[in-house]
Ligand binder design. Structure first.
Ligand code: IVH
Length: 673
């Protein structure tokens, strides 16, 4: 039965009131009722809606609890690309930015800028149609993002409908989703208690919380939204100043920065910067700088864009955050190749809202160079997501005679001898794969995403498996059984089976990934790819001498020596044999060596798209035959390969009288079909 008119009117009024209070709280920051009074109104509305489900509207304040988990996020194409920002790191770069704009706009009068903090979270696009929130999307690569509407709806600072009746028919609001420090601490505290994931910093916590498939969990996370601009606007006029636009959004009920200011010159910008830098700790949330935007929108249009950023805006970054604390001790971590990295144990200290108790000291030479002693007061720096590091001791505060950290004579994990190879800074454990730390690290590396990509075989699990002596080498992981796995702590039979499936799936790989996964010292992804492409065959690589190895692009004497040394070890050959016996394999690749160098001395430029070949593939095929591939046409170009819709390079070629060849011509060159 439909709800009586009086009840319907009451529900409407409650919604209006609740929206109004939300606006006062989140946008104006001037609440006029207590939390308890708000809750009372909220519960009354909930009760009415429960009794009369036909009263529920999608934009009711009660509809922010999240819904059943999605299987994936749909892709959203942004109508107007979501751009990034150019950075400035000092006053000189800011002055240069202002000067460039003066030149570009051909004016000598001071330019006005709209300034606000650069929030450290992630970008969100909110599309309102007829005043109602229809869609929320992440930035993604700037052109396409993910549809996360269900998640965004759970943020109380995002209005489900706009205030008043002045909203354009379609309005895309852009801004940042972030977590303030208090919210971040509270979340981590409860995650710790429940044994959930503890986040490294507010930014990661915000990103992780917003992109959850289960929006009910997002609803429980302390996420906030703050707008910084407008994307699409149809069916309405926007003010012609950036600052006025932001005030307009505020009137519509969209939260904007409380710190926003309209500044009349670049000098005022520099002054604003100093004020923000001084006051950043009092803000309650992390910012990594200030964004300045030319205020006049007509001038913005005139200034235009470069690559992926507007010419009329700039992010003036703050320097990395530094604090001083005490160095309690130095421990050593053993890496995959046995290198011992000194790790500083610190008196815990907050750096930019994150507690830090460990920091890297890089290597022993670094400790010596900086003359760091145990017990010193030291400067610790954290920049963005990177590992905190000890910058230097505060020598003036050193009291008494302090001990220098000393390299260990024996490995802290396996007790093997620690040695330093001549000419190398690193000290290494000589235990090789007899050292549990090196075994663990090499197995973690083998399983990692860019290597064999074994989903579910994370760091913690590898450590557990090695500690329990269930595995010894990378080959052993393929012998693991369902019984062994489901017997492990916190491992249900379902996850055990998933892991076995993932192990099975990982066996179909590529030669390049396999080479990378072996973890030869200094053979990263790119080198592994070059080796795979050059030799095309594992046996050929394993038997190649140092000279043959050095013929591979970018392989110098050190890497060649490392590869040779790796395959000279009988135990390594044995592991490779076992891995292959487990059925690891890859599609055959055409070897570079076998291709005749028919294009030696020629230079080609590729323009447009070729059917069946990516630009990279085409270039590789040409290079495999001895040709050079260049990005620009000159008189020295042998020919331009022109695919579908080629660009200006073809015109340039015509101008210079350089030969132009089509797809068929290209295929003749590479001797294909
Ligand atoms: S304006 C056309 N303003 O920084 C300019 N961006 O480095 C587009 N960000 O993807 C961005 N605070 O996620 C702007 N006040 C602010 C911002 C801000 C944080 C983020 C944003 C953007 C990234 C670019």
């Amino acid at each position: 039965m439909a709800a009586p008119a009086a009840i319907r009117a009451e529900a409407d009024e409650l919604r209006r009131e609740l929206d109004e209070h939300n606006y006062r709280y989140y946008v104006l920051d001037e609440p006029t009722i207590t939390d308890q009074a708000y809750d009372k109104l909220f519960r009354r509305l909930q009760a009415l809606e429960a009794e009369h489900p036909d009263l529920v509207t999608p934009d009711s304040p009660t509809q922010r609890v999240g819904s059943a988990p999605a299987s994936h996020f749909e892709t959203v194409a942004h109508e107007v690309a979501m751009l990034s920002l150019e950075n400035a790191f000092d006053e000189a770069e800011m002055l240069a930015f202002d000067e460039r704009l003066h030149e570009l706009l051909d004016t000598a009068s001071p330019l006005a800028y709209c300034a606000e903090p650069k929030l450290d979270g992630l970008a969100l696009s909110l599309l309102y149609e007829d005043g109602r929130l229809e869609r929320a999307a992440t930035r993604g690569d700037g052109r396409t993002g993910e549809n996360i509407t269900a998640n965004a709806r759970t943020l109380k600072s995002i209005p489900l409908r706009l205030q008043g009746d002045r909203a354009p028919r379609r309005l895309e609001v852009r801004g940042e989703v972030y977590m303030d420090r208090a919210g971040f601490e509270a979340l981590n505290e409860s995650q710790r208690e429940s044994g959930g994931k503890v986040f490294a910093n507010p930014r990661n916590a915000a990103a992780g919380s917003l992109r959850l498939l289960d929006s009910r969990i997002t609803a429980s996370r302390p996420l906030k939204f703050c707008s910084y601009g407008i994307g699409v606007c149809d069916g309405g006029e926007l003010p012609d100043s950036q600052y006025a636009q932001m005030q307009y959004l505020r009137e519509l009920g969209i939260p904007i920065s409380r710190e926003i200011e309209l500044l009349d010159s670049i000098d005022a910008c520099l002054d604003y910067h100093r004020r923000m830098l001084e006051g950043r700790d009092e803000l309650g949330y992390d910012i990594d700088g200030v964004v300045y935007k030319l205020d006049d929108r007509r001038l913005q249009q005139q200034a235009g864009f470069v690559a992926r950023a507007p010419r009329w805006a700039i992010a003036y970054k703050f320097p990395a955050q530094e604090v001083i604390t005490r160095l309690l001790d130095v421990d050593f971590q053993v890496g995959r190749t046995g290198a011992l990295t000194p790790v500083a144990r610190l008196e815990p200290v907050a750096v930019g809202g994150v507690m830090v108790s460990n920091a890297t000291l890089h290597n022993m030479d670094e400790i010596e160079r900086k003359d760091i002693r145990i017990g010193d007061r030291v400067i610790v720096r954290r920049a963005g997501d990177v590992i905190p590091e000890v910058v230097a001791p505060v020598v003036e505060q050193r009291k008494g005679r302090l001990r220098k950290p000393k390299i260990l004579k024996r490995c802290p994990v396996c007790d093997s001898e620690v040695i330093q190879q001549p000419g190398q800074a690193a000290w290494r454990c000589s235990g090789g794969l007899a050292c549990a730390a090196q075994r663990k690290e090499s197995i973690k590396h083998f399983a990692s995403r860019k290597a064999m990509d074994i989903e579910g075989l994370g760091d913690k699990l590898v450590e557990q498996l090695v500690d329990l002596e269930l595995i010894d080498s990378v080959a052993d992981i393929f012998d693991l059984t369902l019984e062994q796995l489901s017997g492990l702590e916190r491992m249900a039979e379902k996850s055990a089976q998933n892991l076995l499936d993932a192990l099975d799936n990982s066996k179909r790989t590529t030669l390049a990934r396999f080479i990378y996964a072996l973890g030869v010292r200094e053979v990263g992804e790119a080198t592994a790819e070059a080796l795979a492409e050059h030799f095309a065959d594992l046996d050929a690589l394993m038997d190649a001498d140092v000279d043959a190895l050095q013929r591979v692009e970018d392989v110098g004497p050190v890497v060649a020596e490392n590869v040779r040394h790796f395959f000279d070890q009988p135990q390594n050959r044995e592991v490779v044999r076992q891995l292959l016996a487990h059925g690891i394999g890859w599609p055959a690749v055409a070897a570079r060596d076998v291709a005749e160098q028919t294009l030696d001395g020629k230079t080609y430029v590729i323009s447009g798209t070729l059917d069946g070949y990516s630009r990279d593939q085409a270039a590789r095929l040409l290079k495999a035959r001895g040709a050079k591939v260049s990005g620009s046409v000159s008189a020295k170009t042998s020919a331009v390969v022109a695919g579908e819709s080629p660009g200006s390079k073809v015109a340039k070629a015509r101008e210079l009288g350089v030969e132009i060849i089509d797809q068929a011509g290209f295929e003749r060159l590479i001797g294909g079909n």
